[in-house]
Design a protein around this ligand. Structure first.
Ligand SMILES: NC(=O)C1=CN([C@@H]2O[C@H](COP(=O)(O)OP(=O)(O)OC[C@H]3O[C@@H](n4cnc5c(N)ncnc54)[C@H](O)[C@@H]3O)[C@@H](O)[C@H]2O)C=CC1
Ligand SMILES: O=C(O)CCC(=O)C(=O)O
Length: 409
């Protein structure tokens, strides 16, 4: 099954329960526009290299399209298309006035110098500047992109269109970024985690968590859970993992990662593989790295009671069915990882109004948004007797479908 077929499997399951009918189902599943561009740059060695860049714009019925930019060697049109449609449903679940898009460049940034990365990013903007924009499509960070990359995007876009901070979010604080955006996805996940654990009668304090991924999403989530008294028993990054059944000391792990660039080799635990983390003995599993990692093969071995999806698309449809049969709750990506785009929305609003919010305000508005979204999804799940994932899609399809029909086709 391709990545986009996987996402559409979840979409169609909900659309059929809602009986939206084939014409609207087809319309909502079909991306508005798929852009694939040549990104050729001169390397530091003087050699010319050509990369492929993508921007898939899935839907704009509820507002400008929104979604991250990923730099990864395995990125392709299918993956971007799947991630773009997830953004449409995610922005609708948290009810921020956006559609969905996603893009990036098929490249391995660990093999590029800073100057090469800058040239690549600016060239990509040259190629897509006519389809993005503050009222069209607003990129943001995703895997292997960061505030510096967003700053280059803002600068390059502004050379064509004049000063345009609102063209991209996740920017550095010194360049119109929002306080709280860096930790927002992890913080949003924490707020949802507190809600569902309360419903299951478990406090965060003393609950055991395992996380795959220790980048933007994974590291902030781990830190915030640790601050709440959660016991993080295993974490992994691309190079491998570390576990400690008594709980890893997260501040010391941060120090280690700052020094070495990886969680592996941390003296406060014993080594494990990045796949071992998925089947660790814990109450809550948080995939926060790449997609498609929970499969038909490893789903029967998952020991967590609850899976909270920090990554986009970590659970393949066959694994999702297995979790449902086994009574393992899954809080889906389109809800659990929506904190980032929510604070991106706050950043865009601040940019358009030329003002800056205090971090307390950002976090308070984020908490309100995530709690409301959780409550609405939980209500639909209860009333329709469906999983949280199907409920989230039902809520999102209702909002996007209504906007589409009201605007006229
Ligand atoms: N950055 C954001 O605001 C948001 C990100 N997401 C999703 O969260 C996930 C992680 O994104 P970021 O943290 O931003 O990326 P990042 O680039 O900051 O970190 C990615 C992490 O995943 C690890 N990783 C990569 N391949 C791995 C593997 N095979 N096994 C174990 N670990 C592996 C990396 O070593 C790194 O620790 C992605 O699925 C992304 O789409 C979702 C919502 C918002
Ligand atoms: O912050 C944003 O606009 C998008 C974040 C993102 O790419 C995601 O939620 O997957």
């Amino acid at each position: 099954m391709s990545a986009v077929e996987g996402t559409n499997y979840f979409f169609r399951k909900a659309a059929r329960i809602m009986d939206v009918g084939t014409p609207i189902e087809t319309l909502l599943a079909t991306p508005l526009r798929e852009v694939k561009v040549q990104v050729s740059i001169e390397m530091d060695s003087g050699e010319i290299r050509t990369f492929l860049g993508y921007r898939i714009q899935h839907d704009n019925s509820r507002g400008p399209m929104k979604g991250g930019l990923r730099y990864h060697p395995m990125l392709d049109q299918d993956e971007c298309s799947s991630l773009a449609s997830l953004m449409t449903w995610k922005t609708a679940v948290v009810n921020v006035p956006y559609g969905g898009a996603k893009g990036g460049i098929a490249c391995d940034p660990s093999q590029l110098s800073l100057k090469e990365l800058e040239r690549l990013t600016r060239k990509y903007v040259d190629q897509v500047q006519d389809v993005i924009g503050p009222t069209r499509d607003i990129p943001a960070p995703d895997v292997n992109t960061n505030p510096q990359v967003m700053a280059w995007i803002m600068d390059q876009y502004s050379r064509y269109h004049g000063h345009s901070p609102a063209v991209v979010t996740g920017k550095p604080l010194e360049l119109y970024g929002s306080k709280g955006r860096e930790a927002a996805t992890g913080r949003g996940l924490l707020y949802v985690c507190r809600e569902i654990l309360r419903d299951l009668g478990l406090p965060v304090k003393g609950t055991r968590f395992a996380l795959q991924g220790f980048g933007n999403v994974g590291s902030h989530t781990a830190q915030l859970l640790w601050e709440d008294g959660g016991i993080v028993v295993a974490v992994a990054d691309v190079l491998g993992g570390v576990r400690n059944p008594q709980g890893l000391d997260i501040p010391s792990l941060f120090e280690h990662v700052k020094r070495t660039g990886t969680v592996t080799g941390f003296a406060g635990g014993s080594p494990c593989s990045n796949d071992d983390v998925l089947t660790a003995d814990c109450e809550v599993l948080i995939p926060a790295a790449l997609g498609h990692v929970l499969t038909r093969e490893n789903a029967p071995a998952v020991r967590a009671r609850l899976i909270i999806e920090g990554a986009n698309g970590p659970t393949q449809p066959e694994a999702d069915e297995i979790f449902e049969k086994r009574g393992i709750f899954v809080v889906p990506d389109v809800l659990a990882s929506a904190g980032g785009v929510t604070v991106s929305y706050f950043e865009w609003v601040q940019n358009l109004q030329h003002l800056s919010w205090e971090e307390e305000r950002v976090n308070a508005e984020l908490e309100k948004t995530m709690k409301e979204a959780y409550e609405r999804v939980a209500q639909v799940a209860r009333s329709r007797k469906v999983s949280m994932r199907t409920a989230a899609y039902i809520l999102a399809i209702g909002r996007v479908g209504k906007a589409t029909v009201l605007r006229g086709i």
